[in-house]
Design a protein around this ligand. Structure first.
Ligand code: NAD
Length: 259
């Protein structure tokens, strides 16, 4: 087991990619905290993990609320004994052309993706420093490297995570804390399923065309990336044994973006 007795907090883990990462970490021996806006769903995911693999708890956390983040992290430390791994994964998507984007929606997107990453990192680092090591993983996107129509705040925020990871990698190095970014292509989760009809309507094309000609057009094989693909990269970043792998971003996208 690659993560035996490690403690991991995964935000936005009641659903989609975060849920699969939490499952994978638990399978590898970690104790996991499912931190999500939706407490009921977080507890249901934790119960699913406990039935299959081992220790998991659901934690109520709005990643944009500093008090809620600090309370949630303290709960994890007192119930599970520390924090070794943070996966800052919670995210949403809102799509509009720039000239029609409501300022409130722009701010909401940056708050969840960037403030959430900052606040959870800030709350977890002292525990990692005290323990002498840890791994911080940000859920970026191919949109950390590329742009797409209609996604101004998402692309802006996902690019921003690369900068945050590099600073945390530099500051954390002497404490044995690494920071890296995972950059997935399109993965069929509720977040993407919601976008398909929205984009079809905004772009005036069919849902099939959104999938074929927008989402998967640049991949090498027309395939979606899977939650399992992303969880494998999250396991690599969490379990890597030294500072050799820090300040990096890894794209997992069926070749949509090649660096
Ligand atoms: P999802 O909608 O399945 O899950 C997102 C989870 O985040 C939900 O459980 C939701 O309750 C939670 N959440 C939302 N706002 C929150 C908040 N303020 N505080 C705490 N939790 C909150 O989405 P997903 O596709 O699994 O996305 C997870 C991450 O992966 C996001 O950061 C997303 O940008 C990124 N990503 C997704 C894809 C994709 O194609 N699905 C591709 C690249 C990157």
């Amino acid at each position: 087991m690659k993560l035996k007795d490690k403690v991991a907090i995964v935000t936005g883990a009641a659903s989609g990619i975060g849920k699969e990462i939490a499952m994978t970490y638990a399978r590898e021996g970690a104790k996991v905290a499912i931190a999500d806006l939706n407490l009921e769903a977080a507890q249901a995911t934790a119960a699913e993990i406990e039935a299959k693999h081992g220790r998991a708890i659901g934690v109520a956390m709005d990643v944009t609320d500093e008090d809620a983040v600090n309370r949630g992290v303290e709960q994890v430390v007192s119930e599970l004994g520390g924090v070794d791994i943070l996966v800052s994964n919670a995210g949403i998507q809102i799509v509009h052309p720039v000239e029609e984007f409501a300022y409130a929606d722009w701010k909401k997107m940056l708050a969840i993706h960037l403030d959430g990453a900052f606040l959870t990192t800030k709350a977890c680092l002292p525990h990692m420093y005290k323990a002498g090591g840890g791994s911080v993983i940000y859920m970026g996107s191919v949109h950390s490297k590329e742009a797409s129509l209609l996604k101004a705040p998402y692309v802006t925020a996902k690019h921003g995570l690369l900068g945050l990871a590099k600073v945390v990698a530099k500051e954390g190095a002497k404490h044995g804390v690494r920071a890296n970014v995972i950059c997935p292509g399109f993965v069929r989760t509720p977040l993407v399923d919601k976008q398909i009809p929205e984009q079809a309507q905004t772009l005036g094309i069919s849902e099939e065309e959104v999938i074929r000609n927008v989402m998967l057009k640049e991949t090498v094989d027309g395939e979606f990336t899977t939650i399992e693909d992303v969880a494998e990269v999250a396991l690599l970043f969490a379990s890597f044994p030294s500072n050799a792998l820090t300040g990096q971003s890894m794209v997992v996208s069926h070749g949509w973006f090649m660096q």
